[in-house]
Design a protein around this ligand. Structure first.
Ligand code: ADP
Ligand code: ASP
Ligand code: MG
Length: 403
């Protein structure tokens, strides 16, 4: 299984060079499946077209539109492989039958029917599958959320029990932080599923979160590597002995969230449920939540949501705030969540304190904090995001501890 991202299929020349790589790596007796993203910039272009039609465009129709990007690149790649004298056939998600739920724009894969793909492989064809798309029970076209082609690739790899799922992208693997933000970032040779899951959840968009979840669940080895070189990239695999000696595996940054505070929420049982149930019913995924200690019978409640859902959330929350007689609502779109991730934090004290000191030295104010066993995240003002990533990378990557 090979998956090529947007930059890798971003032009006619690049699609031709992907075709050449695909042809060169095909081994007799071994099936090869290729999943492709839309050409670089195409999905953004389609999103902006939809936005020009309506302020809140219909989600079903958006998915019909967005899925077209991958239809184009899948067909072009199949054409390019055939032009090299190899046999290739493209499949859209509904032809494979990658079935998802009906959550348009962020659908989750429920099942992959591998029979058509297997038939095509048996006939000696290279199978090219359009990433990012699915089909729901009723036959509606769905899409899997931004970066979703990674998930298509892992899901198809799991269904076919592929030996490896190679993710070809525009960087040489998974780095200690985004190499486009921090030039000192170094490539990791291996990273555990759990660490990769945290890095992806915290904004390292090199792999979509859901793809890592599926890879872990089905034990698919993932190899993230560059489509521009032959060098080994990063293996995402089960945690191994010795791996957890790394204190911090990476620093990540997520700018695609917005923060909402409900002021002076009455401090009574059931109110959190009253606030968050309608938000989840609106299919909005809340990320961080903090509630202050109660003072004079009320508490402030702050949480973050994906930035594209900001307006939709405010509409829901305004209604609730009125119902529960909260004092008001504040919100801020210009935030960033910066995190440090590493399995070694399980056994090392003082990581959080160091992180806070490093940020304090730069005069960066921390607005929210959240921790798990293997990560610490802080919400700060967006304008400090790159600076925070660089100073944290400096502080932690310079002193890897071996326990
Ligand atoms: P593709 O189009 O191939 O799917 P993406 O743009 O989705 O590529 O993901 C690759 C990008 O992820 C890189 O160009 C890089 O800027 C970004 N990135 C963020 N964090 C990391 C990280 N820790 N390691 C590698 N890349 C990262
Ligand atoms: N084309 C989609 C996107 O830009 C899916 C992907 O590239 O993985 O998000
Ligand atoms: Mg991607």
């Amino acid at each position: 299984m090979q998956k090529y991202g947007g930059t890798s299929v971003g032009s006619v020349e690049r699609i031709k060079s992907v075709a050449a790589r695909v042809a060169a790596t095909q081994r007799p007796g071994q099936g090869l499946i290729v999943v492709v993203s839309a050409m670089a910039g195409e999905t953004n272009r389609l999103v902006s077209l939809a936005q020009q039609m309506a302020e809140v465009p219909d989600e079903r129709e958006c998915d019909v539109l967005l899925a077209s990007g991958e239809q184009v690149s899948a067909a072009l790649l199949a054409l390019a492989i055939r032009a090299l004298g190899r046999r290739a056939r493209s499949f859209l998600a509904h032809q494979v039958r990658i079935e998802t739920d009906s959550a348009f724009g962020k659908a989750r894969i429920k099942s992959v029917d591998a029979s058509k793909v297997k038939e095509s492989l048996r006939e000696g064809e290279i199978v090219v599958v359009a990433g990012f798309q699915g089909v729901d029970e009723k036959g509606n076209i769905t899409t899997l959320g931004r970066g979703g082609s990674d998930t298509s690739a892992v899901a198809v790899a799991a269904a076919l029990q592929a030996k490896v799922c190679e993710i070809y992208t525009d960087v040489e693997g998974v780095f200690t932080t985004d190499p486009n933000i921090c030039p000192d970032a170094t490539k990791l040779d291996r990273i555990s599923y759990d660490e990769m899951l945290e890095m992806a959840s915290m904004g390292a968009k090199v792999l979509q979160i859901r793809s890592v979840e599926l890879a872990k669940k089905f034990g698919v080895p993932v190899h993230v590597r560059s489509s521009f070189t032959d060098r080994e990239g990063t293996w995402v695999v089960e945690e191994e002995k010795g791996m957890d000696s790394v204190l911090v595996a990476g620093v990540t940054c997520e700018k695609n969230e917005a923060k909402i505070t409900i002021l002076q929420v009455p401090d009574r049982p059931g109110l959190a449920a009253q606030i968050f149930s309608p938000i989840s019913e609106a299919n909005i995924v809340v990320d961080m939540i903090i509630q202050n200690a109660s003072a004079d019978g009320t508490t402030d409640l702050t949480f973050t949501v994906p930035r594209p859902d900001h307006k939709k959330t405010l509409a829901v929350v305004e209604q609730i705030a009125a119902d529960i007689q909260a004092k008001g609502i504040r919100s801020d779109r210009h935030i960033a969540k910066v995190s440090i991730v590493g399995a070694g934090m399980r056994t090392h004290a003082g990581v959080a304190a160091t992180m806070f000191q490093v940020l304090a030295r730069e005069g960066i104010n921390i607005e929210m904090i959240s921790t798990s066993e293997i990560k610490i995240s802080v919400v700060i003002q967006e304008k400090y995001a790159e600076l925070a990533v660089r100073v944290l990378h400096d502080a932690f990557m310079g002193k890897q501890v071996n326990s």
